[in-house]
Design a protein around this ligand. Structure first.
Ligand code: ADP
Ligand code: MG
Length: 268
């Protein structure tokens, strides 16, 4: 993944491309929701820096502020106070249309419920966001095939979601997220609907993507999922109560299975 030499706000980044530049800077972020007369303090001054290539699991009990933090990181919501920089850009200085562009270009979202289009092939599902991004068809196809190969589904191009297992569907969703080459993969409970075998399959894939240099931030409340991360951030009552690096459970490389029964790589 190429590191741009100039950020969107015009700052020049030193030439080697190897210099660590934080993908995310969250600086004393407060989020307060007004509930009638009541103020709900969802985030009470959260600060964290995510470097390129990091793999972070955000954990915490229900109501601790995980989704609020993810919504801010994903530019779906704005902090009440504090600063948020995504890939060097202060998101709060942007207008909504610019924020939408930043969201499309810099973040690949993965959701608990896959959000694939039914009765639509794997390859078409992966191409869809690139249609909106105005990428031409041959380039869309090239990137979709590369992304699907990367998640080990190069032999499932013509399948529709109902013909895939849960783990495979989530891997299609991840291929869709990475096809636009975002700076950040943001996943909200990506294994929440998966059995343990599919959970392993999906987490090994996140590990492999991270090993290739992609930055991953995911929410989970499962320890087995957090074990794959390089760093675990715990929230409690809107505050970070611990932020630890760990030796990740090493994901095995993605197996590129070419089952004898599969329709090998035929295109729709
Ligand atoms: P988590 O994802 O860890 O379960 P959330 O970020 O969803 O936690 O919520 C943190 C706190 O903020 C909770 O007390 C929740 O009730 C409150 N909250 C979240 N969203 C809203 C909202 N839109 N309006 C009012 N309160 C909210
Ligand atoms: Mg939540």
């Amino acid at each position: 993944m190429a590191t741009p030499t100039v950020t969107d706000n015009g700052q020049t980044v030193a030439g080697s491309g190897r210099q660590a530049r934080p993908v995310i800077v969250i600086d004393r972020v407060v989020k307060t929701y007004a509930m009638g007369d009541l103020a709900v303090h969802a985030l009470r001054g959260v600060s964290m820096v995510v470097e390129q290539g990091d793999f972070i699991a955000i954990m915490g009990a229900s109501g601790s502020g995980k989704t609020t933090l993810m919504n801010i990181i994903g530019c779906l919501d704005a902090p009440t106070r504090g600063r948020y920089l995504l890939d060097g850009v202060n998101v709060s200085t942007l207008v909504e249309s610019q924020i939408a562009t930043v969201r499309n270009r810099k973040i690949g979202f993965v959701f608990q419920s896959f959000n694939l289009i039914p009765r639509t092939t794997t390859v078409a599902n992966v191409e869809l966001p690139m249609v909106y991004a105005g990428i031409r068809k041959p380039e869309r196809r090239r990137r979709a095939l590369a992304a699907l190969e990367m998640v080990g589904l190069g032999d499932r191009l013509s399948h529709v979601p109902s013909e895939l297992s849960g783990g495979q569907q989530q891997r299609v969703a991840v291929a869709r997220a990475i096809a636009t080459e975002p700076a950040l993969i943001l996943a909200d409970e990506p294994t929440g609907n998966l059995d343990s075998q599919s959970t392993r399959e999906v987490m090994e894939m996140f590990s492999a993507l991270n090993a290739q240099g992609r930055t991953v931030v995911l929410i989970t409340h499962e320890d087995e999922v957090a074990d794959y991360a390089k760093r675990v951030v715990r929230l409690m009552d809107g505050e970070i109560v611990s932020d630890r690096s760990q030796r990740p459970r090493s994901g095995t490389a993605i197996r590129h299975r070419h089952d004898p029964d599969s329709s090998s790589g035929d295109l729709p």
